[in-house]
Design a binder for this molecule. Structure first.
Ligand code: NAD
Length: 477
Protein backbone atom coordinates (compact mmCIF):
# COMPACT_ATOMS: atom_id res chain seq x y z
CA UNK A 1 0.00 0.00 0.00
CA UNK A 2 1.09 3.52 -0.74
CA UNK A 3 1.68 5.59 2.37
CA UNK A 4 0.08 8.98 1.85
CA UNK A 5 2.01 12.01 3.07
CA UNK A 6 0.78 13.28 6.42
CA UNK A 7 -1.11 16.51 5.65
CA UNK A 8 0.74 18.30 8.45
CA UNK A 9 4.09 17.52 6.85
CA UNK A 10 3.21 19.07 3.49
CA UNK A 11 3.86 22.77 4.37
CA UNK A 12 7.34 21.76 5.61
CA UNK A 13 8.07 20.04 2.31
CA UNK A 14 6.96 23.09 0.35
CA UNK A 15 9.17 25.36 2.49
CA UNK A 16 12.14 22.99 2.03
CA UNK A 17 11.76 23.15 -1.76
CA UNK A 18 11.47 26.94 -1.74
CA UNK A 19 14.52 27.20 0.53
CA UNK A 20 16.52 24.94 -1.76
CA UNK A 21 15.88 27.22 -4.73
CA UNK A 22 16.67 30.40 -2.81
CA UNK A 23 19.85 29.04 -1.18
CA UNK A 24 21.07 27.96 -4.58
CA UNK A 25 20.50 31.42 -6.03
CA UNK A 26 22.49 32.97 -3.17
CA UNK A 27 25.32 30.46 -3.59
CA UNK A 28 25.47 31.05 -7.35
CA UNK A 29 25.46 34.83 -6.91
CA UNK A 30 28.63 34.50 -4.83
CA UNK A 31 30.38 32.37 -7.42
CA UNK A 32 32.87 33.84 -9.90
CA UNK A 33 31.21 32.20 -12.90
CA UNK A 34 27.61 31.58 -11.83
CA UNK A 35 26.39 30.65 -15.31
CA UNK A 36 29.10 28.04 -15.95
CA UNK A 37 28.72 26.57 -12.51
CA UNK A 38 24.95 26.41 -12.88
CA UNK A 39 25.10 24.66 -16.26
CA UNK A 40 27.61 22.09 -14.99
CA UNK A 41 25.53 21.44 -11.90
CA UNK A 42 22.31 20.94 -13.87
CA UNK A 43 24.00 18.55 -16.30
CA UNK A 44 25.52 16.51 -13.48
CA UNK A 45 22.12 16.23 -11.78
CA UNK A 46 20.43 15.12 -15.01
CA UNK A 47 23.14 12.55 -15.62
CA UNK A 48 22.64 11.22 -12.12
CA UNK A 49 18.88 11.03 -12.70
CA UNK A 50 19.44 9.17 -15.98
CA UNK A 51 21.66 6.55 -14.37
CA UNK A 52 19.50 6.14 -11.29
CA UNK A 53 16.48 5.39 -13.49
CA UNK A 54 18.60 3.01 -15.61
CA UNK A 55 19.80 1.23 -12.47
CA UNK A 56 16.16 0.72 -11.49
CA UNK A 57 14.96 -0.30 -14.96
CA UNK A 58 13.88 -3.77 -13.86
CA UNK A 59 12.22 -2.34 -10.75
CA UNK A 60 10.17 -0.02 -12.97
CA UNK A 61 9.07 -2.93 -15.16
CA UNK A 62 8.03 -4.86 -12.04
CA UNK A 63 6.30 -1.85 -10.47
CA UNK A 64 4.21 -1.07 -13.57
CA UNK A 65 3.32 -4.74 -13.88
CA UNK A 66 2.13 -4.82 -10.26
CA UNK A 67 0.18 -1.59 -10.71
CA UNK A 68 -1.86 -2.62 -13.73
CA UNK A 69 -0.32 -5.64 -15.37
CA UNK A 70 1.53 -3.32 -17.70
CA UNK A 71 3.40 -5.37 -20.26
CA UNK A 72 7.19 -5.32 -20.08
CA UNK A 73 7.39 -4.31 -23.74
CA UNK A 74 5.19 -1.25 -23.18
CA UNK A 75 6.99 -0.12 -20.02
CA UNK A 76 10.35 -0.33 -21.79
CA UNK A 77 9.36 0.94 -25.23
CA UNK A 78 6.72 3.55 -24.57
CA UNK A 79 7.85 4.84 -21.19
CA UNK A 80 11.50 4.21 -20.36
CA UNK A 81 13.08 4.56 -23.82
CA UNK A 82 11.33 7.90 -24.50
CA UNK A 83 12.29 9.00 -20.98
CA UNK A 84 15.98 8.17 -21.51
CA UNK A 85 15.91 10.01 -24.83
CA UNK A 86 14.20 13.02 -23.28
CA UNK A 87 16.78 13.28 -20.48
CA UNK A 88 19.69 12.94 -22.94
CA UNK A 89 18.07 15.62 -25.09
CA UNK A 90 17.80 17.93 -22.07
CA UNK A 91 21.45 17.33 -21.16
CA UNK A 92 22.49 18.29 -24.66
CA UNK A 93 20.25 21.33 -24.74
CA UNK A 94 21.03 22.86 -21.31
CA UNK A 95 24.16 24.82 -22.35
CA UNK A 96 22.69 26.33 -25.50
CA UNK A 97 19.23 26.98 -24.09
CA UNK A 98 20.43 28.58 -20.87
CA UNK A 99 23.15 30.73 -22.40
CA UNK A 100 21.79 34.30 -22.73
CA UNK A 101 21.11 35.30 -26.34
CA UNK A 102 21.85 38.74 -27.71
CA UNK A 103 18.94 39.95 -29.81
CA UNK A 104 19.42 41.97 -32.98
CA UNK A 105 17.34 45.11 -32.49
CA UNK A 106 16.84 47.66 -35.27
CA UNK A 107 14.92 50.47 -33.59
CA UNK A 108 16.87 53.74 -33.27
CA UNK A 109 16.08 53.95 -29.55
CA UNK A 110 17.69 50.57 -28.82
CA UNK A 111 20.13 49.78 -31.59
CA UNK A 112 23.18 51.23 -29.83
CA UNK A 113 22.37 49.38 -26.63
CA UNK A 114 22.45 45.66 -26.01
CA UNK A 115 19.29 43.56 -25.72
CA UNK A 116 19.76 40.16 -24.16
CA UNK A 117 17.25 37.37 -23.59
CA UNK A 118 17.85 35.31 -20.48
CA UNK A 119 15.98 32.17 -19.48
CA UNK A 120 15.93 32.31 -15.71
CA UNK A 121 14.65 29.64 -13.34
CA UNK A 122 11.11 30.24 -12.11
CA UNK A 123 11.62 29.02 -8.55
CA UNK A 124 9.58 26.13 -7.19
CA UNK A 125 7.38 24.04 -9.48
CA UNK A 126 4.44 21.85 -8.48
CA UNK A 127 4.27 18.76 -10.69
CA UNK A 128 1.11 16.63 -10.66
CA UNK A 129 1.11 13.53 -12.85
CA UNK A 130 -1.44 10.95 -14.10
CA UNK A 131 -1.61 7.16 -13.94
CA UNK A 132 -1.56 6.19 -17.60
CA UNK A 133 2.13 6.82 -18.21
CA UNK A 134 3.06 6.95 -14.55
CA UNK A 135 6.82 7.15 -15.15
CA UNK A 136 7.30 9.15 -18.37
CA UNK A 137 4.69 11.81 -17.67
CA UNK A 138 6.16 12.34 -14.22
CA UNK A 139 9.90 12.10 -14.71
CA UNK A 140 10.14 13.86 -18.09
CA UNK A 141 8.63 17.16 -16.88
CA UNK A 142 10.49 16.68 -13.60
CA UNK A 143 13.79 16.46 -15.49
CA UNK A 144 12.74 19.50 -17.54
CA UNK A 145 12.10 21.58 -14.43
CA UNK A 146 15.51 20.54 -13.04
CA UNK A 147 17.22 21.36 -16.36
CA UNK A 148 15.80 24.86 -15.96
CA UNK A 149 17.21 25.27 -12.44
CA UNK A 150 14.00 24.93 -10.41
CA UNK A 151 13.18 22.98 -7.29
CA UNK A 152 10.02 20.87 -7.20
CA UNK A 153 7.21 19.38 -5.27
CA UNK A 154 6.28 16.18 -7.06
CA UNK A 155 2.84 14.56 -6.64
CA UNK A 156 2.70 11.25 -8.53
CA UNK A 157 -0.56 9.45 -9.28
CA UNK A 158 -1.95 7.48 -6.35
CA UNK A 159 -3.49 5.01 -8.82
CA UNK A 160 -0.07 3.53 -9.62
CA UNK A 161 1.30 3.15 -6.08
CA UNK A 162 4.25 0.89 -6.95
CA UNK A 163 5.56 3.33 -9.55
CA UNK A 164 4.88 6.25 -7.19
CA UNK A 165 6.94 4.64 -4.38
CA UNK A 166 9.77 3.77 -6.76
CA UNK A 167 9.91 7.28 -8.19
CA UNK A 168 10.10 8.73 -4.67
CA UNK A 169 13.05 6.41 -4.04
CA UNK A 170 14.72 7.50 -7.30
CA UNK A 171 14.27 11.14 -6.27
CA UNK A 172 15.77 10.48 -2.84
CA UNK A 173 18.75 8.75 -4.44
CA UNK A 174 19.27 11.46 -7.05
CA UNK A 175 18.51 14.86 -5.57
CA UNK A 176 19.66 16.90 -2.61
CA UNK A 177 17.15 17.42 0.21
CA UNK A 178 14.68 20.09 -0.86
CA UNK A 179 15.54 19.89 -4.55
CA UNK A 180 12.66 17.51 -5.27
CA UNK A 181 10.24 16.80 -2.43
CA UNK A 182 7.72 14.04 -3.13
CA UNK A 183 4.20 14.26 -1.76
CA UNK A 184 2.29 11.00 -2.00
CA UNK A 185 -1.47 11.16 -1.94
CA UNK A 186 -4.71 11.86 -3.63
CA UNK A 187 -7.24 14.73 -3.62
CA UNK A 188 -6.72 15.91 0.00
CA UNK A 189 -2.94 16.07 -0.31
CA UNK A 190 -3.10 17.80 -3.72
CA UNK A 191 -5.61 20.30 -2.32
CA UNK A 192 -3.25 21.25 0.52
CA UNK A 193 -0.52 21.81 -2.06
CA UNK A 194 -2.75 23.90 -4.32
CA UNK A 195 -4.23 25.93 -1.47
CA UNK A 196 -0.77 26.92 -0.24
CA UNK A 197 -0.48 29.30 -3.20
CA UNK A 198 3.30 29.12 -2.91
CA UNK A 199 4.36 27.82 -6.31
CA UNK A 200 5.91 29.64 -9.22
CA UNK A 201 4.45 27.23 -11.76
CA UNK A 202 2.11 24.27 -11.79
CA UNK A 203 2.64 21.54 -14.36
CA UNK A 204 -0.39 19.28 -14.47
CA UNK A 205 -1.14 16.28 -16.68
CA UNK A 206 -4.55 14.64 -16.37
CA UNK A 207 -8.22 14.99 -17.16
CA UNK A 208 -9.86 18.26 -18.27
CA UNK A 209 -12.27 18.13 -15.29
CA UNK A 210 -9.45 18.11 -12.73
CA UNK A 211 -7.47 20.53 -14.90
CA UNK A 212 -10.25 23.07 -14.36
CA UNK A 213 -9.96 22.63 -10.57
CA UNK A 214 -6.18 23.12 -10.74
CA UNK A 215 -6.52 26.26 -12.90
CA UNK A 216 -9.15 27.76 -10.60
CA UNK A 217 -7.02 27.24 -7.51
CA UNK A 218 -3.89 28.45 -9.30
CA UNK A 219 -5.73 31.59 -10.37
CA UNK A 220 -6.16 32.68 -6.74
CA UNK A 221 -2.39 33.06 -6.34
CA UNK A 222 -1.76 34.09 -9.98
CA UNK A 223 0.28 30.92 -10.45
CA UNK A 224 0.86 30.12 -14.12
CA UNK A 225 0.06 26.59 -15.25
CA UNK A 226 0.80 24.17 -18.00
CA UNK A 227 -2.23 21.92 -18.38
CA UNK A 228 -1.72 18.76 -20.43
CA UNK A 229 -5.24 17.38 -20.73
CA UNK A 230 -7.20 14.87 -22.79
CA UNK A 231 -10.00 14.81 -25.32
CA UNK A 232 -11.63 12.80 -28.07
CA UNK A 233 -9.10 12.56 -30.89
CA UNK A 234 -10.65 11.64 -34.28
CA UNK A 235 -9.14 9.61 -37.10
CA UNK A 236 -10.18 10.36 -40.67
CA UNK A 237 -9.84 7.58 -43.24
CA UNK A 238 -10.91 9.32 -46.40
CA UNK A 239 -11.87 8.26 -49.90
CA UNK A 240 -8.34 9.15 -50.97
CA UNK A 241 -6.75 6.59 -48.66
CA UNK A 242 -5.04 4.07 -51.00
CA UNK A 243 -6.65 0.66 -50.52
CA UNK A 244 -3.29 -1.05 -50.97
CA UNK A 245 -2.03 0.69 -47.82
CA UNK A 246 -5.06 0.02 -45.63
CA UNK A 247 -3.41 -2.72 -43.54
CA UNK A 248 -0.50 -0.43 -42.70
CA UNK A 249 -2.91 2.35 -41.76
CA UNK A 250 -4.86 -0.01 -39.51
CA UNK A 251 -1.69 -1.27 -37.79
CA UNK A 252 -0.75 2.34 -37.06
CA UNK A 253 -4.22 3.18 -35.76
CA UNK A 254 -4.28 0.09 -33.52
CA UNK A 255 -0.84 0.93 -32.14
CA UNK A 256 -2.37 4.15 -30.82
CA UNK A 257 -5.83 2.89 -29.92
CA UNK A 258 -4.96 -0.37 -28.18
CA UNK A 259 -1.50 0.38 -26.79
CA UNK A 260 -1.58 0.57 -22.98
CA UNK A 261 -5.12 -0.84 -23.37
CA UNK A 262 -6.27 2.42 -24.89
CA UNK A 263 -5.26 4.44 -21.83
CA UNK A 264 -3.35 7.03 -23.84
CA UNK A 265 -4.23 10.73 -23.96
CA UNK A 266 -3.44 10.90 -27.70
CA UNK A 267 -5.10 7.55 -28.53
CA UNK A 268 -7.13 7.59 -31.74
CA UNK A 269 -10.53 7.68 -30.01
CA UNK A 270 -12.78 6.94 -32.98
CA UNK A 271 -12.57 6.50 -36.74
CA UNK A 272 -14.52 8.40 -39.37
CA UNK A 273 -14.30 6.33 -42.52
CA UNK A 274 -15.58 7.30 -45.96
CA UNK A 275 -18.35 5.01 -47.20
CA UNK A 276 -16.41 4.12 -50.38
CA UNK A 277 -13.71 2.42 -48.33
CA UNK A 278 -15.68 1.46 -45.21
CA UNK A 279 -16.17 -2.26 -45.93
CA UNK A 280 -12.49 -2.76 -46.83
CA UNK A 281 -11.42 -0.78 -43.77
CA UNK A 282 -13.52 -2.88 -41.38
CA UNK A 283 -12.27 -6.09 -43.05
CA UNK A 284 -8.70 -4.92 -42.62
CA UNK A 285 -9.42 -4.05 -38.95
CA UNK A 286 -10.72 -7.58 -38.32
CA UNK A 287 -7.64 -9.05 -39.99
CA UNK A 288 -5.17 -6.94 -38.02
CA UNK A 289 -7.07 -7.54 -34.78
CA UNK A 290 -6.37 -11.28 -35.26
CA UNK A 291 -2.78 -10.55 -36.25
CA UNK A 292 -2.09 -8.35 -33.19
CA UNK A 293 -4.13 -10.28 -30.65
CA UNK A 294 -4.40 -13.93 -31.83
CA UNK A 295 -5.59 -14.91 -28.36
CA UNK A 296 -5.55 -13.10 -25.05
CA UNK A 297 -5.18 -15.18 -21.92
CA UNK A 298 -4.32 -14.31 -18.35
CA UNK A 299 -0.70 -15.04 -19.30
CA UNK A 300 -0.61 -12.65 -22.27
CA UNK A 301 1.51 -9.52 -21.99
CA UNK A 302 -1.46 -7.22 -22.12
CA UNK A 303 -2.00 -4.14 -19.99
CA UNK A 304 -5.10 -4.07 -17.80
CA UNK A 305 -7.41 -1.18 -17.04
CA UNK A 306 -6.37 0.86 -14.05
CA UNK A 307 -9.27 0.03 -11.71
CA UNK A 308 -12.80 -1.36 -11.45
CA UNK A 309 -14.27 2.07 -12.12
CA UNK A 310 -12.59 2.18 -15.54
CA UNK A 311 -13.91 -1.32 -16.35
CA UNK A 312 -17.40 -0.26 -15.35
CA UNK A 313 -17.19 2.86 -17.52
CA UNK A 314 -16.16 0.80 -20.56
CA UNK A 315 -18.83 -1.81 -19.88
CA UNK A 316 -21.51 0.88 -19.66
CA UNK A 317 -20.42 2.17 -23.08
CA UNK A 318 -20.42 -1.36 -24.51
CA UNK A 319 -23.81 -2.25 -23.04
CA UNK A 320 -25.54 0.77 -24.49
CA UNK A 321 -23.89 0.73 -27.89
CA UNK A 322 -26.07 -0.09 -30.87
CA UNK A 323 -23.32 -1.02 -33.34
CA UNK A 324 -21.78 -4.43 -33.93
CA UNK A 325 -18.97 -5.52 -31.59
CA UNK A 326 -15.90 -7.33 -32.88
CA UNK A 327 -13.87 -8.59 -29.97
CA UNK A 328 -10.26 -9.81 -30.03
CA UNK A 329 -9.95 -13.54 -29.44
CA UNK A 330 -9.73 -15.03 -25.97
CA UNK A 331 -10.42 -18.54 -24.84
CA UNK A 332 -10.78 -18.23 -21.10
CA UNK A 333 -12.44 -16.03 -18.50
CA UNK A 334 -10.09 -13.10 -18.21
CA UNK A 335 -9.13 -11.27 -15.01
CA UNK A 336 -11.64 -8.56 -14.09
CA UNK A 337 -9.56 -5.60 -15.28
CA UNK A 338 -8.47 -7.25 -18.54
CA UNK A 339 -10.68 -6.04 -21.40
CA UNK A 340 -9.61 -7.34 -24.82
CA UNK A 341 -9.54 -4.86 -27.73
CA UNK A 342 -12.99 -4.26 -29.21
CA UNK A 343 -14.04 -2.69 -32.50
CA UNK A 344 -17.46 -1.09 -32.67
CA UNK A 345 -18.84 -0.82 -36.19
CA UNK A 346 -21.83 1.05 -37.62
CA UNK A 347 -21.53 3.60 -34.86
CA UNK A 348 -23.52 6.84 -34.92
CA UNK A 349 -22.89 10.21 -33.29
CA UNK A 350 -25.37 9.62 -30.47
CA UNK A 351 -23.80 6.29 -29.40
CA UNK A 352 -22.38 6.14 -25.88
CA UNK A 353 -18.91 5.51 -27.35
CA UNK A 354 -19.13 8.89 -29.13
CA UNK A 355 -19.70 10.96 -25.99
CA UNK A 356 -16.75 11.26 -23.53
CA UNK A 357 -13.10 10.27 -24.00
CA UNK A 358 -13.12 6.44 -24.29
CA UNK A 359 -9.72 5.91 -22.64
CA UNK A 360 -9.97 2.13 -22.97
CA UNK A 361 -9.50 -0.63 -25.58
CA UNK A 362 -12.56 0.17 -27.69
CA UNK A 363 -12.48 1.73 -31.13
CA UNK A 364 -15.75 3.02 -32.61
CA UNK A 365 -15.80 3.15 -36.41
CA UNK A 366 -18.30 5.42 -38.11
CA UNK A 367 -19.19 5.61 -41.80
CA UNK A 368 -19.46 9.07 -43.35
CA UNK A 369 -20.81 10.13 -46.74
CA UNK A 370 -19.99 13.81 -46.81
CA UNK A 371 -16.61 15.05 -45.56
CA UNK A 372 -17.80 18.54 -44.64
CA UNK A 373 -20.63 17.13 -42.60
CA UNK A 374 -18.20 14.82 -40.76
CA UNK A 375 -15.88 17.77 -40.06
CA UNK A 376 -18.78 19.89 -38.79
CA UNK A 377 -19.80 17.11 -36.42
CA UNK A 378 -16.26 16.76 -35.04
CA UNK A 379 -16.19 20.49 -34.36
CA UNK A 380 -19.71 20.90 -33.01
CA UNK A 381 -20.20 17.70 -31.01
CA UNK A 382 -16.87 17.48 -29.18
CA UNK A 383 -14.41 19.74 -27.42
CA UNK A 384 -11.13 20.62 -29.09
CA UNK A 385 -9.15 17.37 -29.46
CA UNK A 386 -5.57 16.91 -28.34
CA UNK A 387 -4.77 15.58 -31.82
CA UNK A 388 -6.46 14.78 -35.13
CA UNK A 389 -5.28 11.95 -37.36
CA UNK A 390 -5.76 11.90 -41.13
CA UNK A 391 -5.20 8.98 -43.49
CA UNK A 392 -5.43 10.32 -47.04
CA UNK A 393 -3.08 10.62 -49.98
CA UNK A 394 -4.58 13.94 -51.08
CA UNK A 395 -2.75 17.00 -49.79
CA UNK A 396 -5.73 19.19 -50.56
CA UNK A 397 -8.00 16.97 -48.54
CA UNK A 398 -5.56 16.87 -45.61
CA UNK A 399 -5.36 20.68 -45.65
CA UNK A 400 -9.13 20.94 -45.95
CA UNK A 401 -9.64 18.84 -42.80
CA UNK A 402 -6.80 20.19 -40.71
CA UNK A 403 -7.53 23.86 -41.31
CA UNK A 404 -11.13 23.44 -40.26
CA UNK A 405 -10.53 21.40 -37.11
CA UNK A 406 -8.61 23.09 -34.32
CA UNK A 407 -6.50 20.57 -32.36
CA UNK A 408 -3.39 20.30 -30.19
CA UNK A 409 -1.59 18.50 -33.03
CA UNK A 410 -2.33 17.03 -36.46
CA UNK A 411 -0.73 13.80 -37.68
CA UNK A 412 -1.03 12.52 -41.22
CA UNK A 413 -0.48 8.84 -41.98
CA UNK A 414 0.49 7.68 -38.48
CA UNK A 415 -0.63 7.91 -34.85
CA UNK A 416 0.81 9.00 -31.49
CA UNK A 417 4.51 9.05 -32.39
CA UNK A 418 4.44 12.83 -32.81
CA UNK A 419 4.67 13.06 -29.02
CA UNK A 420 8.34 12.09 -29.11
CA UNK A 421 9.57 14.54 -31.74
CA UNK A 422 12.13 16.46 -29.67
CA UNK A 423 12.02 19.52 -31.91
CA UNK A 424 8.23 19.87 -31.73
CA UNK A 425 6.04 21.23 -28.91
CA UNK A 426 3.60 18.85 -27.29
CA UNK A 427 0.46 20.38 -25.84
CA UNK A 428 -3.24 20.94 -26.22
CA UNK A 429 -5.54 23.82 -27.07
CA UNK A 430 -8.98 24.70 -25.74
CA UNK A 431 -10.33 21.85 -23.63
CA UNK A 432 -7.25 19.70 -24.30
CA UNK A 433 -5.08 22.09 -22.32
CA UNK A 434 -2.63 24.94 -22.64
CA UNK A 435 1.12 25.38 -22.64
CA UNK A 436 3.52 22.85 -24.09
CA UNK A 437 6.84 21.10 -23.51
CA UNK A 438 9.49 18.82 -25.09
CA UNK A 439 12.81 19.93 -26.54
CA UNK A 440 13.30 23.67 -26.43
CA UNK A 441 9.64 24.16 -25.39
CA UNK A 442 10.48 22.57 -22.04
CA UNK A 443 12.87 25.47 -21.47
CA UNK A 444 10.03 27.88 -22.16
CA UNK A 445 7.67 26.01 -19.85
CA UNK A 446 10.00 26.07 -16.86
CA UNK A 447 11.83 29.39 -17.16
CA UNK A 448 10.99 33.05 -17.27
CA UNK A 449 12.23 34.67 -20.47
CA UNK A 450 13.73 37.86 -19.14
CA UNK A 451 14.67 40.82 -21.28
CA UNK A 452 17.85 42.57 -20.16
CA UNK A 453 18.50 45.86 -21.91
CA UNK A 454 21.73 47.80 -21.43
CA UNK A 455 21.75 51.39 -22.72
CA UNK A 456 24.97 53.39 -23.13
CA UNK A 457 24.92 56.96 -21.78
CA UNK A 458 26.24 58.55 -24.96
CA UNK A 459 23.02 57.93 -26.95
CA UNK A 460 21.07 60.52 -25.00
CA UNK A 461 21.50 63.19 -27.67
CA UNK A 462 19.38 60.93 -29.91
CA UNK A 463 16.75 60.31 -27.28
CA UNK A 464 16.25 63.68 -25.65
CA UNK A 465 12.92 64.02 -27.44
CA UNK A 466 11.43 62.11 -24.51
CA UNK A 467 12.39 64.74 -21.94
CA UNK A 468 10.33 67.83 -21.17
CA UNK A 469 9.93 70.67 -21.81
CA UNK A 470 8.19 69.55 -25.00
CA UNK A 471 8.28 71.78 -28.05
CA UNK A 472 7.25 71.18 -31.64
CA UNK A 473 10.92 71.01 -32.68
CA UNK A 474 11.25 67.90 -30.50
CA UNK A 475 8.38 65.84 -31.91
CA UNK A 476 10.56 63.79 -34.25
CA UNK A 477 13.54 61.59 -33.46
P1 NAD B 1 -6.83 12.63 -13.19
O1 NAD B 1 -7.15 14.01 -13.62
O2 NAD B 1 -7.89 11.83 -12.53
O3 NAD B 1 -5.58 12.62 -12.18
C1 NAD B 1 -4.37 13.25 -12.45
C2 NAD B 1 -3.75 13.77 -11.17
O4 NAD B 1 -4.63 14.70 -10.55
C3 NAD B 1 -3.47 12.69 -10.14
O5 NAD B 1 -2.17 12.90 -9.59
C4 NAD B 1 -4.56 12.88 -9.10
O6 NAD B 1 -4.14 12.53 -7.80
C5 NAD B 1 -4.85 14.36 -9.18
N1 NAD B 1 -6.24 14.68 -8.85
C6 NAD B 1 -7.34 13.92 -9.15
N2 NAD B 1 -8.47 14.55 -8.71
C7 NAD B 1 -8.08 15.70 -8.14
C8 NAD B 1 -8.78 16.79 -7.50
N3 NAD B 1 -10.11 16.80 -7.36
N4 NAD B 1 -8.05 17.83 -7.02
C9 NAD B 1 -6.70 17.83 -7.15
N5 NAD B 1 -5.99 16.83 -7.74
C10 NAD B 1 -6.66 15.78 -8.21
O7 NAD B 1 -6.27 11.90 -14.51
P2 NAD B 1 -5.88 10.37 -14.73
O8 NAD B 1 -7.12 9.55 -14.64
O9 NAD B 1 -4.71 10.00 -13.87
O10 NAD B 1 -5.38 10.41 -16.25
C11 NAD B 1 -6.24 10.30 -17.34
C12 NAD B 1 -6.56 11.63 -17.98
O11 NAD B 1 -5.36 12.34 -18.22
C13 NAD B 1 -7.21 11.49 -19.35
O12 NAD B 1 -8.19 12.48 -19.52
C14 NAD B 1 -6.05 11.72 -20.32
O13 NAD B 1 -6.44 12.14 -21.60
C15 NAD B 1 -5.28 12.75 -19.59
N6 NAD B 1 -3.87 12.74 -19.99
C16 NAD B 1 -3.37 13.78 -20.71
C17 NAD B 1 -2.05 13.75 -21.14
C18 NAD B 1 -1.43 14.85 -21.94
O14 NAD B 1 -0.20 14.88 -22.04
N7 NAD B 1 -2.18 15.76 -22.51
C19 NAD B 1 -1.26 12.64 -20.83
C20 NAD B 1 -1.82 11.62 -20.08
C21 NAD B 1 -3.12 11.67 -19.66
Amino acid sequence: ELKYTDLELIPGKIDAAIKFYKDRQVRLSKSKKPLNEDIDERIRTLQKLYWTIKDHEEDFVTAAFKDYHRSRNETINIELVPLYNAILELIERVPKEIKPKTLKVGTMTHRFGKTVLEKIALGTVLLISPFNFPILLALEPLAGAIACGNSLIFKPSELTPECAKLMEKVCQETFEPGQVETVQGSIDETTVLLDSGKFDKIFYTGSPAVGAIIAEKAGKSLTPCVLELGGKSPVFVTKNMPKSKLDTAVRRIFFGSFGNSGQICVAPDYVLCHESIYEEFVASCEKILKEFFPSISSETEYTHLIHEGAVERINTVLDSTKGQKIIAGHSEKLPARCIPPILLTNVSWDDASMQGENFGPILPIMKYFDLDEAIDNVVSKHDTPLVQYIFSSSTNEVDHISTRIRSGACVVGDTIIHVVIPEAPFGGVGNSGYGSYHGSYTFRAFTHERTVFKQPFWVDFLLNVRYPPFASSKTKI
